[in-house]
Design a protein around this ligand. Structure first.
Ligand SMILES: [Zn+2]
Length: 78
């Protein structure tokens, strides 16, 4: 009811990647997410699934980048 009058009040509920985030309205708990084109869409079960895959890929990539950084740092010091 409140949201119908004043609009939703979204807060970031989860960062999936740098670009993709999940949002939740703190008044009515409606959830949104950023899709691959950068638009905000309803967080449907389909998008939840996509986001969890994205999140796994993102974490893997971050771990790989960290390893590469360590390797470069190691080469520079030896
Ligand atoms: Zn709302």
């Amino acid at each position: 009811m409140f949201c119908k009058l004043f609009g939703h009040k979204y807060e970031i509920s989860r960062s999936v990647t740098y670009y993709v985030k999940e949002y939740k309205c703190c008044k009515c708990n409606k959830q949104l997410t950023t899709n691959s084109k950068g638009y905000l869409v309803d967080l449907t079960p389909k998008y939840k699934e996509i986001n969890s895959i994205l999140s796994k890929m993102h974490n893997k990539k971050q771990a790989r980048l960290r390893r590469e950084e360590l390797l470069i740092a190691y080469k520079m010091t030896s």
